[in-house]
Design a binder for this molecule. Structure first.
Ligand code: HSE
Length: 338
């Protein structure tokens, strides 16, 4: 598989590290091999090589903040942007892992449409296009017989979308409810141990959990984006942010958390997607609620199904390798299906 990777932050680098470390095993065990032919970034520069870029050099030069030290090797291009790579290159899949924009989904949305128009499968870690334009992207991908996958957008590489869309394909899912933001769950967990909100947020940023602009995490918009993705993908809705009630954790103080604990409760930011809408809000859960024991950056989701009742999945909600793995799992699913 030849890949164009948009974005080389925590997620893109995590994916590259996985290919570097596990490439031989993936080839031997699953006959899976992938070459990153293009990388497009906002601040490090762009690189395209039709035979595939050297992943170790990509990671090394990314650490310096620029690809300018990436070794020359004909016919390497540094002047192509994402459109050039899609239109003039020879990739099979576009991986969108640039920062999420939940207001317009751009520029990622236009890039995804162009990739589909040109016959590339698309795999997204960027939540914007899936949250805001799921219906049009799905229609275009289906009409062209292309794959559109987005495991990374909800609960990192924890197989939420694989579970809901593939393993549970014969069930009707009636609702999805859980903890869908790693940053806020990490902050709430750390605040319980006495850490300040500001220190806990700074740690979540250092650990690569938070969005580029962490306002999206703490005000609930990141979780709301995931609610839209679930609602659109599972219920065929075309909900928008205006259809959701969204509240984050910025109004919750250390005193609130202490008071909740004294009464046997714990604050969690709970997200819920239903066929008729959805919501994100901080809730005091009794300690007996299984979601109350999901701590740190771990996430959890309960899918209520018609044939199997409730199924709960608990796992990583954010992180470099954890989200990078989601891209790999989507690519392997595309390989199996093509
Ligand atoms: N900022 C997101 C979170 C990353 O904290 O959950 C994963 O979507």
């Amino acid at each position: 598989m030849k890949l164009i990777l948009i974005g080389f932050g925590a997620v893109g680098q995590g994916f590259a590290e996985i290919l570097l470390e596990h490439g031989d095993a993936l080839q031997a065990r699953h006959d899976f091999s992938a070459h990153i032919v293009g990388v497009v970034t906002a601040s490090k520069g762009n690189l395209y090589h039709p035979a595939g870029l050297d992943i170790a050099q990509l990671l090394r030069t990314a650490e310096t903040g620029s690809f300018s030290d990436y070794p020359e090797s004909e016919p390497l291009r540094r002047d192509w942007d994402a459109n050039d790579m899609i239109l003039r290159g020879s990739a099979d899949v576009l991986l969108e892992a640039s920062p999420t924009n939940l207001e317009t989904a751009q520029p990622a949305l236009a890039t995804c449409h162009l990739a589909l128009d040109q016959g590339l499968h698309i795999v997204l870690a960027n939540k914007g296009p899936v949250a805001l334009d799921y219906g049009c992207l799905r229609e275009k991908a289906d009409a062209k017989g292309l794959h559109m996958r987005y495991e990374a957008t909800v609960m990192a590489g924890t197989p939420t979308m694989h579970l809901a869309e593939d393993a549970l394909a014969g069930c009707a899912i009636r609702s999805a409810r859980g903890i869908l933001n790693g940053t806020t769950n990490y902050i709430l967990t750390q605040m319980e141990t006495g850490m300040t909100y500001a220190d806990a947020l700074a740690q979540a940023q250092d650990l690569g959990y938070a969005e580029t602009d962490p306002t999206a995490d703490v005000e609930g918009w990141d979780a709301a984006g995931k609610v839209l993705i679930l609602a659109n993908a599972l219920f065929g809705n075309s909900l928008t942010m205006n259809d959701l009630d969204v509240q984050g954790i910025t109004d919750i103080s250390s005193e609130d958390i202490d008071r909740a604990r004294q009464s046997g409760h714990r604050y969690k930011l709970i997200a819920e997607a239903r066929p008729d809408g959805g919501a994100v809000s901080p809730q005091q859960l009794p300690m007996s609620d299984p979601l109350a024991s999901v701590g740190g950056s771990t996430n959890a989701i309960t899918l209520d199904t018609d044939l199997l009742g409730k199924i709960t999945l608990i796992g990583a909600g954010a992180g470099k390798l954890e989200t990078g793995y989601a891209l790999l799992s989507d690519l392997m699913a595309i390989q199996r299906a093509t």
